[in-house]
Each structure stands twice: as C-alpha cells, then as structure tokens.
Design a protein around this ligand. Structure first.
Ligand code: 2AM
Ligand code: CA
Length: 262
C-alpha cells in the first residue's frame, strides 16, 4: 500500500510541476491571504480517485471542497498543495501531504516535494524514510539548531506572538527559517535538516502526515501546551529531543506575556 501511495503522491507532484504560470491566478478563499488555484482542486480530485481505488473503505478529508467522513474508522487526510503561496509565486517549495488515519491514530504518511524529487514516507511502528532510505531526527543541541516557523498568514492577529517567539527562539540558536510549507518543515525535522518548528495555527491536513514522519523518526510533535495534536486546527510545536523542550519553554514564556492569544 505504501509503495502505491508513494506513486500516487509522485504523480500528484507531477501535476504541480506541470503548472503553467498563466494558470495560476488565485481565487481568494475565506480571506485575502488564503489563496487557492485550479491546481489545488485538480490535485485533490486526482488523489481522491487514486486513494479510493487504493482503499475503497476509507473516508476522505481534503483541504479543497466539501469533504467529510466518519472519523472513527479509516480515512485519508489530504492537503493537495501545502505551500500554496509558494506555488503561486513559483517559489518551488510546496508539497503534497497525505495521511491515512484510523480514528485518532495516524498509520501512514507521505509528504512529496516534487521540486526536489523527494518523497518522505512513514508507517506506524515501521520508521520513516525519504525515497526509501531510513531517516532520523537530528541530535543537534540548541546552540547549533536550525529552527523553522510559520507565520499563520491567514490569521494575522498572531503576528505579535509569532515574531516575539521567533526572536526568542532565534537568539540562542544557529538561525531560523520560514519555508512556507508546514508539511515540508515537519518532513525536514524528520530527516534532521531542521531541528525544531512552531506555528500558532495550522489545519489538520497541514500536519496530519508530518507528525507521523517525526514520531517515526524519533522526534516529538504536539500543540504549544505539549498536548497531543488534535484532529482539527491547532498550534504545532515539533523538534528533536534537545530542541523540542527548548521551544516549549520559549512558547510558554511568550504565552505568559501574551496571555490568551494562543
Ligand atoms: P497552505 O499552503 O496549504 O494554505 C504557511 O504558514 C503554512 O501554514 C502552509 O503550510 C499553509 O498551508 C499553512 N497555513 C498558514 N496559515 C494557516 C491558517 N491560518 N490555518 C491553517 N493553515 C495555515
Ligand atoms: Ca493547501
């Protein structure tokens, strides 16, 4: 199943790469900073069909369109393009994110980055891989860490919190990065390129696959308070075993000063 899933994600990535720039006028979704293109919809439709043929009994939850399903059984959680703003700008850092859940438990995860021809996969209890090679989170300590974060661009009320946390996280570490694809950041923690990550709000499909990649690669992913990630919008905090506790302290410090914001 995982091999076929990986193949479907690669094909979905090819659709992403085939985008003609003139096709990319974004329709606005919900607010001014949440764009969606015809490609988000095209890739989701493609995956919905592929995943149905892989496992007809599983439900389907996707970012684009009215999908809902019984979340007690087996269901797919799909973000057809994570990093839509990057995609519109041809910034070339966007991913296809697919997870299979059984109730509350993620059992399979795939994050495909077609621009680098990399597919990250994980199966519960069986480890995490990139293009079939086993991956682990880094062992880097705080002082040499590279930390990713997201700006929650659709909800700019979090800006003060986010940038204060980014400053406090940045000062003692090597540097910080903002890629624009949360699924990619989580995959990069799983393979040790990044050492930590935080974002004040993400949707379930943004982190559904990335969290299993990290857990299977020996890292930690939770919400800002350290609670298990829910199956709904949430803050997300992740890292290796050294950097995760450091980021939790940073976030707790900022939360105390910005009480009630996140
Ligand atoms: P998207 O590209 O699929 O829309 C950018 O900060 C990253 O977080 C992207 O992964 C983006 O997903 C997601 N994202 C940004 N703001 C968000 C919000 N308010 N709610 C949910 N996801 C968000
Ligand atoms: Ca998306």
């Amino acid at each position: 199943m995982l091999t076929k899933l990986e193949e479907a994600a690669r094909k979905a990535g090819e659709i992403m790469l085939s985008a003609a720039r003139q096709d990319l006028q974004a329709e606005e979704k919900e607010g001014d900073h949440n764009p969606v293109t015809v490609y988000d919809k095209k890739i989701q439709a493609f995956l919905q069909e592929q995943l149905y043929s892989l496992c007809p009994s599983a439900g389907f939850l996707g970012e684009e369109g009215d999908t809902s399903c019984d979340v007690n059984g087996l269901y797919w959680v799909v973000d057809p393009i994570d990093g839509t703003s990057n995609f519109i700008h041809d910034y070339r850092q966007s991913t296809v994110s697919i997870a299979l859940y059984e109730g509350e438990t993620p059992v399979l995860a795939v994050v495909a980055n077609p621009y680098q021809n990399e597919v990250f996969t994980a199966e519960k209890g069986k480890g995490a891989y990139v293009n079939g090679k086993p991956i682990r989170v880094s062992k880097r300590p705080v002082e040499s860490a590279l930390i990713g974060f997201g700006t929650t661009p659709y909800e700019r009320k979090f800006a003060d919190f986010t940038f204060e946390a980014a400053k406090r996280a940045y000062l003692p570490v090597r540097d910080i990065r903002r890629s624009g694809s949360a699924a990619l950041d989580l995959a990069h923690i799983a393979c040790g390129r990044l050492d930590g990550f935080f974002e004040a709000r993400l949707s379930f499909w943004d982190f559904a696959a990335g969290r299993l990649l990290i857990e299977e690669a020996g890292g930690v992913a939770s919400d800002f308070a350290g609670a298990p990630l829910p199956r709904q919008r949430s803050s997300v905090l992740a890292g290796n075993l050294e950097v995760y506790p450091f980021l939790r302290e940073v976030i707790a410090g900022v939360s105390a000063d910005w009480a009630g914001l996140v």
